[in-house]
Ligand binder design. Structure first.
Ligand code: CP3
Length: 355
């Protein structure tokens, strides 16, 4: 394997010293880039783009050509697993993801297979292998999955939701059934992430987009426990290097200590908690990734730069253990110029915190 030329991101996740704070953006390959929209049009629909290794690699590389990013993220989606379990994923234009066969009964759960990552999901592993080759050691590649709870919300609701009525209805009235579902999904995620690592992902991130809608008791029981199961089952070293794991629960600020207890290397932070407070609470147990409000990218470049400086100062004197990112994904109507102002500001202003 080619040697990694820029390993700031991996080093920061392991709290090792770096020359400046590494930066990448959640959803950095996406519709805010005209070149993404062109490739997406060429592919037809979103899933065809995910299933074409050459085109998935192309859109992964697009933001790296524009900006001095310190990591690439696999172009795919968290919903590939439920799709491979037979739920029939499709995207309704402008309406987000949908499943034709959502989970309704215990019988639906009993018959769910654990997908073979080099079978039904081989297109994802092929994308990982193609991207690693194309990156040629320039920056590390991040693999990812959804958390079991987050995947279960889509699998039971059959789409996005504002009320979580079906999935919470099942959780509260049929907790055993919910655990059976989460357990199967956790096993699927573990084998999927390990296959991404074997195929060349140098770090993995678990997106728990919907853990933050749970009560503290239910968060532990229905979301965190299953992320713990995954962390325990992951390959933590490959190609002679550690493979750091990042957990991100959106709206999960109140549970940082518990999340740090899982043995994950890093926690993703949304923008609703000050990063100085988060750092005080987790101590040196984990690195922190975050946490600029993605909506700050609607402000002027000057205001964006000021916010980057504030977050760097909040993180504090030793910038060790910080990966700069947005607190959630970049939105489609942000201008590429403003995204650039954000990334360049991290590059320009963070070195003084690493002397
Ligand atoms: O970060 C990256 O650049 C890598 C790619 C990535 C995508 N989805 C591509 C995508 C990642 C990491 C995801 C994760 C994902 N997908 C999450 C967790 C992170 C989060 O945002 O909370 C969730 C909840 C999903 C499910 C999903 N996929 C939704 C709700 C949607 C529709 C919303 C939207 O933005 O349209 C998708 C589609 C999707 N996934 C798109 C992209 C670029 C847009 C599809 C398009 O091109 O039309």
């Amino acid at each position: 394997m080619t040697e990694l030329k820029n390993d700031r991101y991996l080093r920061a996740l392991l709290k090792e010293p770096v020359d400046r704070t590494p930066v990448w953006m959640m959803r950095q390959a996406g519709r805010y880039l005209p070149e993404y929209r062109a490739t997406r049009a060429e592919a037809g629909d979103f899933m065809s783009l995910c299933k074409n290794a050459e085109l998935a690699c192309e859109v992964t590389m697009q933001p790296l050509r524009r900006y001095p990013l310190d990591a690439a993220i696999l172009f795919s989606d968290i919903l590939t697993i439920p799709d491979a379990m037979g739920l029939g994923l499709y995207f309704e234009t402008g309406e987000g993801p949908r499943f034709s066969n959502p989970i309704k009964t215990k019988a639906d759960i009993d018959k769910l297979p654990i997908p073979d990552p080099e079978g039904e999901l081989q297109y994802v592993m092929n994308a990982v292998r193609t991207i690693r080759k194309e990156l040629n050691g320039s920056v590390p590649l991040i693999g990812f999955s959804g958390s079991p709870w987050t995947l279960a919300t889509y699998m039971v609701e059959g789409s996005g939701t504002k009320t979580f009525s079906k999935v919470k209805g099942m959780m509260y009235s049929e907790p055993k059934m919910m655990h059976q579902l989460l357990d199967k999904v956790a096993d699927s995620v573990t084998s999927y992430l390990n296959a991404q690592i074997a195929a060349g992902a140098q770090s993995v991130m678990i997106f728990d987009t919907w853990g933050g809608v749970l009560t503290p008791r239910d968060y532990k029981e229905f979301s965190l426990n299953y992320m713990q199961k995954i962390v325990d089952g992951l390959t933590r070293e490959n190609e002679g290097r550690k493979v750091p794991v990042t957990l991100f629960t959106k709206n999960g600020g109140q549970w940082l200590e518990q999340m740090a207890e899982t043995g994950a290397d890093a926690l993703g932070l949304d923008w609703t908690m000050n990063i100085a407070e988060a750092k005080r609470r987790v101590g040196d147990k984990v690195a922190l990734q975050g946490n600029m409000d993605p909506a700050m990218l609607y402000a002027t470049p000057e205001r964006i730069r000021q916010e980057v400086k504030t977050i760097l100062a909040d993180y504090g004197d030793s910038g060790t253990g910080h990966v700069f990112n947005l607190g959630h994904g970049i939105t489609p109507d942000v201008t590429p110029e403003n995204a650039g102002a954000f990334i360049n500001a991290v590059v320009d202003y963070s070195a003084e915190y690493h002397k």
